[in-house]
Design a protein around this ligand. Structure first.
Ligand code: KDO
Length: 336
């Protein structure tokens, strides 16, 4: 007796099989496009989420039908901070890497995780578009097998507290449970600000603030708006402690599978996305203090000299500073 698994297929089974093969031929066609999977923890209403649509549209115009761009927001594909490992495994092509993500692999990069290091978004763009940026990006590519294509300004990070507090100096943050993203580089920044840093993924911050498992969080104002943190907090302290960046980055494996013309178009699309993000974010940052005031939040300005001095000292004395090549800080400061 024949085993049922090896029985001769009936005509109906053959027809169903043929239909299935026919159905497969469409994905096979679609597969001739280069798939670009994107993962980001950004909420859809934030500029660095919307910029991916600019990326996709730009690429669709410059290289019609050549790419299949798949945008995954809200950390729905990979959790925050897991993106570079996913790229190394070949499971992800594009993401935004922070200086904190990069510093884990390229220690010199921790210079950009230091509070009060970069002055403003204009200096940030000049640094990463100039010779220093080229050197640093080469180190990233050689070490992480990932190439930064463009620098997006995430915004200037501010403190955002659940309850109103008189914050003038870092000493006034003693005992404040400040949520930071989950890596030691981020936690160091939170501690340097004078708070008790607590790791938590971005997607859990709203609930943490609502329920009081954390006392505050730090993010640029556009993200405070987009993720609606202002609904569950009462104060913003304008510490301006980090001019933050996100690097639109692609795996080298993905780049290697493209023609030179395709590489150039992908780079141009990433740059268009960054420009869209940067323009909108800078414009919105200038307007949001008024918006949050109207929402009932107290907006206060601390003693910025005290914050600068204390945070900078923490970094200078840290092991991070030991990994900064001689002259790096001077080169950053010289960019105007
Ligand atoms: C955050 O978790 O606070 C942070 O701002 C860190 C950034 O590096 C980046 O991951 C960002 O979240 C997400 O893109 C969400 O806006």
């Amino acid at each position: 007796m024949q085993h049922p698994r090896y029985s001769t297929p009936s005509r109906r089974q053959l027809l169903t099989g043929a239909a299935a093969l026919g159905a497969c031929s469409f994905p096979a066609l679609a597969q001739s496009k280069i798939v670009l999977r994107i993962s980001s923890p950004a909420v859809p209403d934030d500029w660095h989420a919307k910029m991916w649509t600019v990326f996709k549209d730009t690429l669709e115009k410059s290289a019609p039908g050549e790419f299949d761009v798949q945008i995954n927001l809200n950390a729905s594909l990979f959790k925050q901070g897991a993106e570079s490992a996913a790229m190394a495994r070949g499971n992800l092509e594009l993401t935004t890497l922070s200086s904190f993500d990069i510093a884990k692999f390229v220690p010199a990069f921790s210079v950009f995780t230091a509070g009060y290091m970069v002055r403003d978004p204009a200096q940030q763009q000049k640094i990463f578009q100039g010779p220093l940026g080229a050197e640093l990006f080469k180190m990233v590519s050689d070490t992480m097998d990932v190439t930064p294509l463009a620098t997006a300004y995430l915004g200037t990070r501010q403190l955002n507290l659940r309850e109103v507090r008189n914050v003038k100096t870092p000493a006034d943050l003693k005992g404040v449970k400040l949520r930071m993203p989950g890596s030691k580089e981020w936690l160091f920044l939170g501690e340097a600000l004078g708070a008790t840093a607590t790791p938590l993924a971005f997607g859990e911050v709203y609930l943490g603030l609502k329920t009081g498992t954390i006392d505050g969080q730090d993010n640029p104002l556009p993200s405070v708006r987009a993720a609606k943190f202002y609904e569950v907090t009462k104060q913003i302290v304008l510490t301006s402690h980090l001019v933050d960046s996100l690097f639109i980055s692609i795996s080298n494996k993905s780049l290697a599978a493209m023609t030179p013309a395709q590489r150039q178009k992908v780079t141009a699309a990433a740059q268009a996305a960054a420009v869209y993000n940067n323009d909108n974010r800078i414009k919105e940052e200038a307007q949001l203090v008024e918006f949050f005031r109207k929402e009932g939040l107290q907006i206060t300005t601390p003693d910025l000299d005290a914050f600068h001095k204390s945070v900078q000292q923490s970094y200078q004395r840290s092991d991070y500073a030991k990994a900064w090549p001689a002259g790096l800080v001077d080169r950053i400061n010289a960019v105007r």
